[in-house]
Design a protein around this ligand. Structure first.
Ligand code: AMP
Length: 468
Protein backbone atom coordinates (compact mmCIF):
# COMPACT_ATOMS: atom_id res chain seq x y z
CA UNK A 1 0.00 0.00 0.00
CA UNK A 2 1.16 3.52 -0.70
CA UNK A 3 0.98 5.91 2.18
CA UNK A 4 0.19 9.57 1.76
CA UNK A 5 2.00 11.43 4.44
CA UNK A 6 0.73 14.93 4.01
CA UNK A 7 -1.58 16.87 1.82
CA UNK A 8 -2.04 20.60 1.72
CA UNK A 9 -5.41 21.81 2.80
CA UNK A 10 -7.50 22.97 -0.15
CA UNK A 11 -10.80 24.72 -0.61
CA UNK A 12 -13.83 22.67 -1.71
CA UNK A 13 -13.76 24.42 -5.11
CA UNK A 14 -10.20 23.16 -5.64
CA UNK A 15 -11.36 19.58 -5.34
CA UNK A 16 -13.26 19.69 -8.61
CA UNK A 17 -16.66 19.07 -7.10
CA UNK A 18 -19.81 19.76 -9.10
CA UNK A 19 -21.66 23.07 -8.50
CA UNK A 20 -24.72 21.20 -7.13
CA UNK A 21 -22.55 19.64 -4.44
CA UNK A 22 -20.70 22.86 -3.66
CA UNK A 23 -24.04 24.61 -3.20
CA UNK A 24 -25.16 21.99 -0.70
CA UNK A 25 -21.87 22.29 1.19
CA UNK A 26 -22.23 26.04 1.46
CA UNK A 27 -25.77 25.55 2.75
CA UNK A 28 -24.45 23.06 5.32
CA UNK A 29 -22.08 25.77 6.52
CA UNK A 30 -18.88 24.03 5.39
CA UNK A 31 -16.20 26.42 4.21
CA UNK A 32 -13.04 24.32 4.06
CA UNK A 33 -12.52 20.59 3.75
CA UNK A 34 -11.35 18.75 6.83
CA UNK A 35 -7.99 16.94 6.43
CA UNK A 36 -9.65 13.60 5.65
CA UNK A 37 -11.83 15.28 3.03
CA UNK A 38 -8.88 17.09 1.44
CA UNK A 39 -7.03 13.78 1.17
CA UNK A 40 -9.75 11.27 0.40
CA UNK A 41 -11.86 13.19 -2.11
CA UNK A 42 -9.21 13.49 -4.87
CA UNK A 43 -8.22 9.83 -4.44
CA UNK A 44 -11.82 8.63 -4.58
CA UNK A 45 -12.60 10.89 -7.55
CA UNK A 46 -9.63 9.39 -9.39
CA UNK A 47 -11.34 6.03 -9.04
CA UNK A 48 -8.96 4.05 -6.87
CA UNK A 49 -9.71 1.96 -3.81
CA UNK A 50 -9.12 3.63 -0.51
CA UNK A 51 -8.44 2.60 3.03
CA UNK A 52 -8.81 5.58 5.29
CA UNK A 53 -7.94 5.80 8.95
CA UNK A 54 -10.21 8.44 10.31
CA UNK A 55 -12.05 8.70 13.53
CA UNK A 56 -15.63 9.60 13.71
CA UNK A 57 -15.98 13.37 13.96
CA UNK A 58 -13.30 14.11 11.39
CA UNK A 59 -15.78 14.69 8.57
CA UNK A 60 -15.31 11.23 7.06
CA UNK A 61 -18.93 10.94 5.90
CA UNK A 62 -18.50 13.80 3.44
CA UNK A 63 -15.08 12.39 2.54
CA UNK A 64 -16.77 9.37 0.95
CA UNK A 65 -20.20 10.80 0.18
CA UNK A 66 -19.04 13.72 -1.98
CA UNK A 67 -16.90 11.74 -4.45
CA UNK A 68 -19.55 9.05 -4.53
CA UNK A 69 -22.27 11.53 -5.49
CA UNK A 70 -20.00 13.24 -7.95
CA UNK A 71 -19.30 9.95 -9.71
CA UNK A 72 -22.97 9.05 -9.86
CA UNK A 73 -24.07 12.45 -11.16
CA UNK A 74 -23.64 11.63 -14.87
CA UNK A 75 -25.95 8.64 -14.32
CA UNK A 76 -28.60 10.58 -12.43
CA UNK A 77 -32.02 10.51 -13.99
CA UNK A 78 -35.06 12.70 -13.49
CA UNK A 79 -37.28 9.86 -14.67
CA UNK A 80 -39.80 8.44 -12.21
CA UNK A 81 -39.17 4.90 -13.44
CA UNK A 82 -37.56 2.67 -10.78
CA UNK A 83 -35.47 1.04 -13.50
CA UNK A 84 -33.66 4.35 -13.96
CA UNK A 85 -32.67 4.39 -10.31
CA UNK A 86 -30.82 1.15 -9.54
CA UNK A 87 -28.64 0.90 -6.44
CA UNK A 88 -25.28 2.15 -7.68
CA UNK A 89 -23.61 2.94 -4.36
CA UNK A 90 -23.87 0.83 -1.23
CA UNK A 91 -22.77 2.19 2.12
CA UNK A 92 -22.53 -0.45 4.85
CA UNK A 93 -22.41 0.69 8.45
CA UNK A 94 -22.47 -1.23 11.74
CA UNK A 95 -25.41 0.33 13.56
CA UNK A 96 -28.84 1.77 12.93
CA UNK A 97 -27.96 5.13 14.47
CA UNK A 98 -24.96 5.51 12.22
CA UNK A 99 -27.03 4.39 9.24
CA UNK A 100 -29.59 7.10 9.93
CA UNK A 101 -26.95 9.76 10.36
CA UNK A 102 -24.95 8.81 7.31
CA UNK A 103 -28.04 8.78 5.11
CA UNK A 104 -29.10 12.17 6.47
CA UNK A 105 -25.71 13.59 5.55
CA UNK A 106 -25.67 12.01 2.09
CA UNK A 107 -29.18 13.31 1.46
CA UNK A 108 -28.14 16.82 2.49
CA UNK A 109 -25.14 16.76 0.13
CA UNK A 110 -27.32 15.35 -2.70
CA UNK A 111 -30.19 17.77 -2.24
CA UNK A 112 -29.54 19.69 -5.47
CA UNK A 113 -29.13 16.53 -7.55
CA UNK A 114 -31.77 14.06 -8.80
CA UNK A 115 -29.96 11.22 -6.99
CA UNK A 116 -32.09 9.31 -4.52
CA UNK A 117 -30.91 8.00 -1.16
CA UNK A 118 -32.43 5.56 1.30
CA UNK A 119 -31.53 3.96 4.60
CA UNK A 120 -32.49 0.44 5.72
CA UNK A 121 -31.76 -0.97 9.16
CA UNK A 122 -33.09 -3.63 11.49
CA UNK A 123 -35.38 -3.24 14.46
CA UNK A 124 -38.25 -1.83 12.44
CA UNK A 125 -40.84 -3.57 10.29
CA UNK A 126 -39.16 -4.55 7.03
CA UNK A 127 -42.42 -3.95 5.15
CA UNK A 128 -42.16 -0.21 5.80
CA UNK A 129 -38.86 -0.13 3.89
CA UNK A 130 -39.82 -2.25 0.88
CA UNK A 131 -42.02 0.28 -0.98
CA UNK A 132 -39.25 2.89 -0.78
CA UNK A 133 -36.71 0.41 -2.11
CA UNK A 134 -39.04 -0.48 -4.95
CA UNK A 135 -39.26 3.12 -6.15
CA UNK A 136 -35.53 2.93 -6.85
CA UNK A 137 -32.58 4.56 -5.10
CA UNK A 138 -29.04 5.18 -6.27
CA UNK A 139 -27.45 5.41 -2.84
CA UNK A 140 -28.40 2.82 -0.25
CA UNK A 141 -27.16 3.05 3.33
CA UNK A 142 -27.68 -0.21 5.20
CA UNK A 143 -26.77 -2.29 8.20
CA UNK A 144 -25.58 -5.72 7.03
CA UNK A 145 -28.28 -7.88 8.66
CA UNK A 146 -31.21 -5.92 7.31
CA UNK A 147 -29.69 -5.69 3.87
CA UNK A 148 -29.43 -9.49 3.81
CA UNK A 149 -33.11 -9.69 4.79
CA UNK A 150 -33.97 -7.52 1.80
CA UNK A 151 -31.75 -9.56 -0.46
CA UNK A 152 -33.50 -12.75 0.68
CA UNK A 153 -36.90 -11.18 0.09
CA UNK A 154 -35.69 -10.03 -3.31
CA UNK A 155 -36.68 -6.47 -2.53
CA UNK A 156 -33.27 -5.16 -3.53
CA UNK A 157 -30.90 -5.85 -6.40
CA UNK A 158 -27.22 -5.19 -6.08
CA UNK A 159 -26.00 -6.13 -9.54
CA UNK A 160 -25.41 -2.52 -10.55
CA UNK A 161 -23.41 -1.45 -7.53
CA UNK A 162 -20.29 0.31 -8.70
CA UNK A 163 -19.20 1.87 -5.41
CA UNK A 164 -19.00 0.25 -2.01
CA UNK A 165 -18.27 2.04 1.25
CA UNK A 166 -17.48 0.14 4.43
CA UNK A 167 -17.86 2.69 7.17
CA UNK A 168 -16.48 2.03 10.66
CA UNK A 169 -15.10 -1.23 9.40
CA UNK A 170 -13.33 -1.95 12.67
CA UNK A 171 -16.62 -1.87 14.51
CA UNK A 172 -18.21 -4.13 11.91
CA UNK A 173 -15.59 -6.72 12.68
CA UNK A 174 -15.95 -6.24 16.44
CA UNK A 175 -19.67 -6.78 16.11
CA UNK A 176 -19.20 -10.04 14.25
CA UNK A 177 -20.40 -8.82 10.85
CA UNK A 178 -17.65 -10.55 8.90
CA UNK A 179 -19.84 -13.47 7.68
CA UNK A 180 -22.63 -11.07 6.67
CA UNK A 181 -20.15 -8.82 4.88
CA UNK A 182 -18.73 -11.74 2.95
CA UNK A 183 -22.21 -12.81 1.84
CA UNK A 184 -23.06 -9.30 0.69
CA UNK A 185 -19.76 -8.67 -1.07
CA UNK A 186 -20.11 -11.92 -2.98
CA UNK A 187 -23.28 -10.52 -4.57
CA UNK A 188 -21.72 -7.32 -5.82
CA UNK A 189 -20.20 -6.87 -9.28
CA UNK A 190 -16.46 -7.59 -9.17
CA UNK A 191 -15.75 -4.37 -11.04
CA UNK A 192 -16.35 -1.66 -8.49
CA UNK A 193 -14.65 0.97 -6.37
CA UNK A 194 -14.21 0.27 -2.66
CA UNK A 195 -13.76 2.84 0.08
CA UNK A 196 -13.09 1.59 3.57
CA UNK A 197 -13.06 3.76 6.69
CA UNK A 198 -11.89 2.68 10.10
CA UNK A 199 -11.03 4.53 13.30
CA UNK A 200 -8.43 1.96 14.24
CA UNK A 201 -6.06 -0.14 12.15
CA UNK A 202 -5.83 -3.55 13.75
CA UNK A 203 -4.30 -6.54 12.01
CA UNK A 204 -7.82 -7.82 11.32
CA UNK A 205 -8.66 -4.59 9.54
CA UNK A 206 -5.55 -4.88 7.41
CA UNK A 207 -6.56 -8.45 6.56
CA UNK A 208 -10.04 -7.28 5.60
CA UNK A 209 -8.52 -4.59 3.40
CA UNK A 210 -6.26 -7.14 1.70
CA UNK A 211 -9.24 -9.36 1.04
CA UNK A 212 -11.72 -6.83 -0.30
CA UNK A 213 -9.78 -3.89 -1.67
CA UNK A 214 -7.71 -3.66 -4.82
CA UNK A 215 -4.39 -1.88 -4.42
CA UNK A 216 -5.87 0.57 -1.95
CA UNK A 217 -4.27 3.85 -1.16
CA UNK A 218 -3.82 4.27 2.55
CA UNK A 219 -4.78 7.59 4.06
CA UNK A 220 -4.38 8.44 7.69
CA UNK A 221 -5.33 11.86 8.93
CA UNK A 222 -4.09 11.22 12.41
CA UNK A 223 -1.90 8.45 13.73
CA UNK A 224 -4.01 5.33 13.81
CA UNK A 225 -5.45 4.67 17.22
CA UNK A 226 -4.56 8.19 18.22
CA UNK A 227 -7.10 10.26 20.06
CA UNK A 228 -8.27 13.63 18.94
CA UNK A 229 -6.04 16.49 20.10
CA UNK A 230 -9.09 18.66 20.68
CA UNK A 231 -10.10 16.43 23.56
CA UNK A 232 -8.73 17.05 27.03
CA UNK A 233 -8.53 13.65 28.66
CA UNK A 234 -8.78 13.18 32.39
CA UNK A 235 -8.66 10.19 34.68
CA UNK A 236 -10.31 10.27 38.09
CA UNK A 237 -9.29 7.42 40.33
CA UNK A 238 -12.36 6.38 42.28
CA UNK A 239 -13.78 3.27 43.91
CA UNK A 240 -16.50 1.57 41.88
CA UNK A 241 -18.96 2.09 44.74
CA UNK A 242 -18.32 5.84 44.72
CA UNK A 243 -18.77 6.40 41.01
CA UNK A 244 -22.45 7.21 41.13
CA UNK A 245 -21.97 9.87 43.80
CA UNK A 246 -19.07 11.35 41.89
CA UNK A 247 -21.06 11.44 38.68
CA UNK A 248 -24.01 13.20 40.27
CA UNK A 249 -21.74 15.72 41.93
CA UNK A 250 -19.81 16.31 38.77
CA UNK A 251 -22.85 16.79 36.57
CA UNK A 252 -24.37 19.23 39.00
CA UNK A 253 -21.20 21.16 39.73
CA UNK A 254 -20.25 21.44 36.08
CA UNK A 255 -23.79 22.43 35.13
CA UNK A 256 -23.22 20.20 32.17
CA UNK A 257 -25.64 20.68 29.32
CA UNK A 258 -24.84 17.75 27.05
CA UNK A 259 -22.94 14.78 28.36
CA UNK A 260 -22.72 11.20 27.17
CA UNK A 261 -21.96 8.74 29.94
CA UNK A 262 -20.66 5.35 28.91
CA UNK A 263 -21.33 2.15 30.80
CA UNK A 264 -20.31 -1.39 29.96
CA UNK A 265 -23.71 -2.98 30.35
CA UNK A 266 -27.30 -2.22 29.45
CA UNK A 267 -28.37 -2.86 33.05
CA UNK A 268 -25.94 -0.28 34.42
CA UNK A 269 -27.01 2.21 31.75
CA UNK A 270 -30.69 1.87 32.70
CA UNK A 271 -30.05 1.90 36.43
CA UNK A 272 -27.76 4.90 36.23
CA UNK A 273 -30.12 6.96 34.12
CA UNK A 274 -32.87 6.30 36.68
CA UNK A 275 -30.56 7.35 39.54
CA UNK A 276 -29.65 10.55 37.73
CA UNK A 277 -33.30 11.30 37.04
CA UNK A 278 -34.04 10.87 40.76
CA UNK A 279 -31.40 13.52 41.42
CA UNK A 280 -33.18 15.94 39.14
CA UNK A 281 -30.81 15.48 36.22
CA UNK A 282 -32.63 15.12 32.91
CA UNK A 283 -31.26 11.73 31.87
CA UNK A 284 -32.14 8.91 29.55
CA UNK A 285 -30.49 5.66 28.50
CA UNK A 286 -29.75 4.37 25.04
CA UNK A 287 -28.85 0.72 24.60
CA UNK A 288 -29.56 -2.40 22.61
CA UNK A 289 -32.66 -3.42 24.57
CA UNK A 290 -34.43 -0.21 23.69
CA UNK A 291 -36.61 -0.16 20.62
CA UNK A 292 -35.49 1.88 17.66
CA UNK A 293 -38.26 4.39 18.40
CA UNK A 294 -37.09 4.75 22.01
CA UNK A 295 -33.51 5.28 20.91
CA UNK A 296 -34.46 7.90 18.34
CA UNK A 297 -36.66 9.65 20.89
CA UNK A 298 -33.84 9.71 23.46
CA UNK A 299 -31.37 10.95 20.88
CA UNK A 300 -33.70 13.67 19.63
CA UNK A 301 -34.36 14.81 23.20
CA UNK A 302 -30.62 14.88 23.83
CA UNK A 303 -29.98 16.88 20.69
CA UNK A 304 -32.80 19.27 21.58
CA UNK A 305 -31.37 19.72 25.08
CA UNK A 306 -34.35 18.37 27.03
CA UNK A 307 -32.18 15.43 28.06
CA UNK A 308 -28.80 16.62 29.32
CA UNK A 309 -27.23 13.29 30.29
CA UNK A 310 -27.41 10.38 27.88
CA UNK A 311 -26.24 7.11 29.39
CA UNK A 312 -25.10 4.77 26.66
CA UNK A 313 -23.48 1.43 26.00
CA UNK A 314 -20.74 1.26 23.37
CA UNK A 315 -22.81 -0.34 20.67
CA UNK A 316 -25.73 2.05 21.06
CA UNK A 317 -23.53 5.12 21.05
CA UNK A 318 -21.67 4.12 17.95
CA UNK A 319 -22.05 6.68 15.22
CA UNK A 320 -23.86 9.27 17.28
CA UNK A 321 -23.11 12.62 15.78
CA UNK A 322 -23.86 15.41 18.12
CA UNK A 323 -21.91 18.40 17.01
CA UNK A 324 -19.66 20.02 19.56
CA UNK A 325 -20.52 17.65 22.35
CA UNK A 326 -18.58 19.18 25.23
CA UNK A 327 -18.21 16.20 27.55
CA UNK A 328 -17.95 12.45 27.57
CA UNK A 329 -17.72 10.47 30.79
CA UNK A 330 -16.47 6.91 30.92
CA UNK A 331 -18.38 5.67 33.95
CA UNK A 332 -16.86 2.28 33.37
CA UNK A 333 -13.65 1.65 31.45
CA UNK A 334 -13.97 -0.54 28.38
CA UNK A 335 -11.91 -3.71 28.36
CA UNK A 336 -11.22 -3.27 24.62
CA UNK A 337 -8.96 -0.21 24.35
CA UNK A 338 -10.29 0.66 20.87
CA UNK A 339 -13.67 1.34 22.46
CA UNK A 340 -12.05 4.13 24.45
CA UNK A 341 -10.94 5.79 21.21
CA UNK A 342 -14.43 5.48 19.79
CA UNK A 343 -16.05 6.77 22.95
CA UNK A 344 -13.99 9.88 23.27
CA UNK A 345 -14.45 10.50 19.55
CA UNK A 346 -17.96 11.65 20.51
CA UNK A 347 -16.47 14.88 21.80
CA UNK A 348 -14.12 17.40 20.24
CA UNK A 349 -15.77 16.78 16.89
CA UNK A 350 -15.04 18.81 13.77
CA UNK A 351 -12.62 21.11 15.53
CA UNK A 352 -14.66 21.77 18.68
CA UNK A 353 -13.03 21.36 22.08
CA UNK A 354 -14.12 18.59 24.40
CA UNK A 355 -13.42 16.92 27.71
CA UNK A 356 -13.34 13.16 28.22
CA UNK A 357 -13.34 12.05 31.84
CA UNK A 358 -12.72 8.45 32.86
CA UNK A 359 -13.75 7.12 36.25
CA UNK A 360 -11.16 4.45 36.93
CA UNK A 361 -11.55 2.04 39.84
CA UNK A 362 -8.52 0.07 41.06
CA UNK A 363 -9.92 -2.99 39.26
CA UNK A 364 -9.92 -1.03 36.00
CA UNK A 365 -6.31 0.20 36.19
CA UNK A 366 -5.25 -2.63 33.91
CA UNK A 367 -7.60 -1.43 31.15
CA UNK A 368 -6.23 2.08 31.45
CA UNK A 369 -2.69 0.74 30.98
CA UNK A 370 -3.79 -0.88 27.69
CA UNK A 371 -5.58 2.30 26.59
CA UNK A 372 -2.51 4.44 27.23
CA UNK A 373 -0.43 1.97 25.24
CA UNK A 374 -2.87 2.20 22.33
CA UNK A 375 -3.12 5.99 22.27
CA UNK A 376 0.60 6.31 22.99
CA UNK A 377 -0.09 8.89 25.63
CA UNK A 378 -0.17 8.94 29.41
CA UNK A 379 -3.17 10.63 30.99
CA UNK A 380 -2.65 12.48 34.26
CA UNK A 381 -4.38 10.72 37.16
CA UNK A 382 -6.36 12.68 39.65
CA UNK A 383 -7.33 11.27 43.00
CA UNK A 384 -10.96 11.58 43.96
CA UNK A 385 -11.99 11.77 47.52
CA UNK A 386 -15.62 11.43 48.42
CA UNK A 387 -17.17 12.42 51.69
CA UNK A 388 -20.29 10.33 51.92
CA UNK A 389 -22.85 11.74 54.22
CA UNK A 390 -25.78 9.65 53.10
CA UNK A 391 -23.89 6.45 52.75
CA UNK A 392 -25.40 3.25 53.99
CA UNK A 393 -24.21 2.33 57.49
CA UNK A 394 -20.76 0.88 57.34
CA UNK A 395 -19.51 -1.99 59.46
CA UNK A 396 -18.73 -1.04 63.05
CA UNK A 397 -15.05 -1.27 62.34
CA UNK A 398 -15.16 1.51 59.81
CA UNK A 399 -13.32 4.71 60.53
CA UNK A 400 -15.49 7.67 61.20
CA UNK A 401 -13.91 10.98 60.52
CA UNK A 402 -15.41 13.45 62.92
CA UNK A 403 -13.22 16.25 61.66
CA UNK A 404 -15.32 16.57 58.56
CA UNK A 405 -18.44 18.57 59.19
CA UNK A 406 -20.85 18.66 56.32
CA UNK A 407 -23.36 21.45 56.08
CA UNK A 408 -26.68 21.17 57.85
CA UNK A 409 -28.87 19.41 55.34
CA UNK A 410 -31.17 16.46 54.98
CA UNK A 411 -28.09 14.58 54.06
CA UNK A 412 -26.32 15.50 57.26
CA UNK A 413 -29.26 14.49 59.35
CA UNK A 414 -29.28 11.14 57.62
CA UNK A 415 -25.58 10.75 57.89
CA UNK A 416 -24.50 7.54 59.40
CA UNK A 417 -20.98 7.26 58.13
CA UNK A 418 -18.19 9.17 56.53
CA UNK A 419 -15.86 7.59 54.10
CA UNK A 420 -12.65 8.78 52.60
CA UNK A 421 -11.17 7.34 49.50
CA UNK A 422 -8.28 6.95 49.36
CA UNK A 423 -6.35 7.83 52.52
CA UNK A 424 -5.73 11.55 52.65
CA UNK A 425 -2.58 12.65 50.90
CA UNK A 426 -0.98 16.03 51.08
CA UNK A 427 -2.13 18.09 48.16
CA UNK A 428 0.19 20.28 46.20
CA UNK A 429 -2.09 23.23 45.67
CA UNK A 430 -3.67 24.82 48.78
CA UNK A 431 -6.79 25.46 46.71
CA UNK A 432 -7.59 21.80 47.07
CA UNK A 433 -7.35 21.94 50.86
CA UNK A 434 -10.00 24.61 51.13
CA UNK A 435 -13.37 23.31 52.29
CA UNK A 436 -15.39 22.35 49.31
CA UNK A 437 -18.80 23.93 49.01
CA UNK A 438 -21.03 21.31 47.57
CA UNK A 439 -23.76 22.22 45.15
CA UNK A 440 -25.78 19.31 46.43
CA UNK A 441 -25.46 18.33 50.00
CA UNK A 442 -25.79 14.58 49.98
CA UNK A 443 -22.23 13.88 49.10
CA UNK A 444 -19.18 15.99 48.80
CA UNK A 445 -16.39 15.38 46.43
CA UNK A 446 -12.84 16.55 46.43
CA UNK A 447 -10.81 16.06 43.37
CA UNK A 448 -7.18 16.57 43.99
CA UNK A 449 -5.11 16.88 40.95
CA UNK A 450 -1.66 15.43 40.90
CA UNK A 451 -0.71 18.38 38.79
CA UNK A 452 -1.06 21.89 40.19
CA UNK A 453 -4.18 23.45 38.85
CA UNK A 454 -6.12 26.47 40.00
CA UNK A 455 -9.08 25.82 37.82
CA UNK A 456 -12.49 26.73 39.19
CA UNK A 457 -14.61 23.77 40.23
CA UNK A 458 -16.64 23.60 37.03
CA UNK A 459 -13.55 23.70 34.89
CA UNK A 460 -11.73 21.22 37.10
CA UNK A 461 -14.67 18.92 36.75
CA UNK A 462 -14.48 19.30 33.02
CA UNK A 463 -17.06 22.04 33.03
CA UNK A 464 -18.10 23.90 30.02
CA UNK A 465 -15.29 26.43 30.06
CA UNK A 466 -12.99 24.33 28.03
CA UNK A 467 -9.60 25.89 28.46
CA UNK A 468 -6.97 23.54 27.28
P1 AMP B 1 -18.40 12.88 10.51
O1 AMP B 1 -17.01 12.56 10.94
O2 AMP B 1 -18.62 12.63 9.08
O3 AMP B 1 -19.41 12.20 11.39
O4 AMP B 1 -18.62 14.47 10.69
C1 AMP B 1 -18.62 15.08 11.94
C2 AMP B 1 -19.31 16.43 11.91
O5 AMP B 1 -18.54 17.37 11.19
C3 AMP B 1 -20.69 16.43 11.28
O6 AMP B 1 -21.55 17.19 12.11
C4 AMP B 1 -20.50 17.12 9.96
O7 AMP B 1 -21.66 17.79 9.56
C5 AMP B 1 -19.36 18.08 10.26
N1 AMP B 1 -18.50 18.39 9.10
C6 AMP B 1 -18.06 17.53 8.17
N2 AMP B 1 -17.28 18.14 7.27
C7 AMP B 1 -17.21 19.45 7.63
C8 AMP B 1 -16.53 20.60 7.09
N3 AMP B 1 -15.76 20.52 6.02
N4 AMP B 1 -16.69 21.76 7.72
C9 AMP B 1 -17.47 21.83 8.83
N5 AMP B 1 -18.13 20.79 9.39
C10 AMP B 1 -18.00 19.61 8.81
Amino acid sequence: MTEIVSFDSLGFDDLGLAPQLLKALTESGYTTPTPIQAQAIPVALAGGDLMAGAQTGTGKTAAFALPLLQKLLPLASASASPAKHPVRALILVPTRELAIQVEESVRAYAKHTPLRTLVVYGGVDIKTQTPHLKTGVEVLVATPGRLLDHIEQKTVQLNQVQMLVLDEADRMLDMGFMPDLKRILALLPKQRQNLMFSATFSNEIKKLADEFLTKPLLIEVARSNATNDNVTQKVYQVAQSDKEALLIQLLKAADAKQVIIFTKTKITASRLSRSLAREGIAADAIHGDKTQQERIKALDAFKAGTVTALVATDVAARGLDISELPMVINYEIPSAPEDYVHRIGRTGRAGALGVAISFVSPEEDKYMVEIEKLIKREIAKEVVEIEKTTARPRPASSNKDSSHKPSNTRATQDATATKRLPAKKKTIDPWFDKPYEAVIAQKEVNIRSISTSKAPVAALLGGLRLNK
